[in-house]
Design a protein around this ligand. Structure first.
Ligand code: FAD
Length: 282
């Protein structure tokens, strides 16, 4: 069974006060959450001058700017939060609202990024997040399926170091846990062949090849993919290619660096088991 990752949203509910933040973090930890999440905004980048100059009474002053600046933590305050989270063994991360905030967050050794729903159409922003190669959560409120697909494609396959890809040999979407589990074990992105996305087993953002996404990963593992020329066209720039296919005559074996002739339904669970055992040892 898959483990659920619980995130406690602190957002800006800390009122700009580190001691309130610590209380919230402690409550989250005691309630079994894996991580807490904040919002990080460069106020002058995210809001217009016109809005920021508008009057707004708050504990921090008389304008919108005063109120919004009052809710932003400094580097030193985040450092204190970082140390506190480490002492409690709970993760933290933040949804950045602009590229400067992504760069600000780079100063901490974070495992995750979060894309707020208004940002999923900002290609430049998505590419900046993708470059970090961290696990990324995407909020999808008010977004179209097309925009969600594009955003998922941006932050995953294109810049992924390792990609696990599935083809029609997987027989159906109900078997995709094999691809997902292997990908999770390797910290990889998932991808697929064109027919798989055409049949709706996977979103089009995962389709690799001549008519899909190019992949330039260090490792590309293809499971139950025949290796048609149109698929291979998308992975030319990938360094090491591995194929698992039941048919020793499948064209992918000619393009691959390593190949396993075997049934994906037997080979992949074994691979996952061995990799997990290896990871536990190291
Ligand atoms: C103009 C054009 C553009 C195209 N663009 C793309 C593109 O961008 N990307 C793309 O992917 N395709 C593209 N295609 C389609 C392409 O030609 C192939 O049809 C497609 O790549 C095949 O997908 P597949 O390997 O998943 O399926 P299949 O060709 O059906 O291969 C399935 C493979 O799974 C293996 N298998 C079956 N059972 C098992 C098992 N139990 N364990 C392990 N292996 C198993 C089989 O031996 C077989 O090799 C394009 C085609 C055209 C005409």
């Amino acid at each position: 069974m898959k483990k659920i990752f619980y995130i406690a949203e602190i957002g800006i509910n800390h009122n700009g006060d580190v001691s309130i933040t610590k209380e919230l973090i402690k409550k989250a930890k005691d309630s079994g959450f894996n991580s807490v999440k904040f919002q990080k905004r460069t106020i002058d980048k995210v809001y217009s001058k016109e809005l920021l100059d508008q009057p707004r009474e708050s504990p921090w002053g008389k304008t919108q700017r005063d109120q919004k600046m009052g809710l932003e933590f400094s580097y030193d305050e985040y450092l204190e939060i970082d140390k506190y989270c480490k002492s409690l063994n709970i993760d933290w991360f933040a949804s950045a609202w602009d590229v400067e905030s992504i760069i600000f967050l780079d100063q901490f050794d974070l495992k995750y990024h979060k894309i707020a729903s208004p940002m999923i159409v900002d290609v430049n922003f998505l590419e900046e997040v993708a470059k970090r190669r961290l696990y990324t959560f995407i909020s999808t409120g008010m977004s179209s399926v097309e925009n969600i697909d594009k955003a998922v494609g941006k932050v995953t396959i294109a810049d992924a170091d390792v990609v696990v890809s599935g083809g029609r040999g997987l027989k159906g979407p109900e078997n995709w846990h094999l691809i997902e589990d292997l990908a999770e074990t390797l910290g990889a992105a998932t991808a697929c062949s064109k027919p798989v996305s055409d049949m709706g087993w996977r979103p089009h953002s995962e389709h690799v090849g001549q008519t899909g996404k190019p992949v330039a990963s260090n490792l590309y593992i293809a499971i139950g993919v025949s290796g048609a020329i149109q698929h291979l066209a998308g992975i030319n720039s990938s360094k090491v290619k591995v194929v698992v296919n039941i048919d020793p005559e499948a064209p992918f074996f000619k393009a691959a660096d390593y190949g396993i002739v075997g049934d994906a339904f037997e080979v992949v669970p074994q691979l996952i088991k061995k990799l997990r055992a290896f990871k536990n040892l190291n």
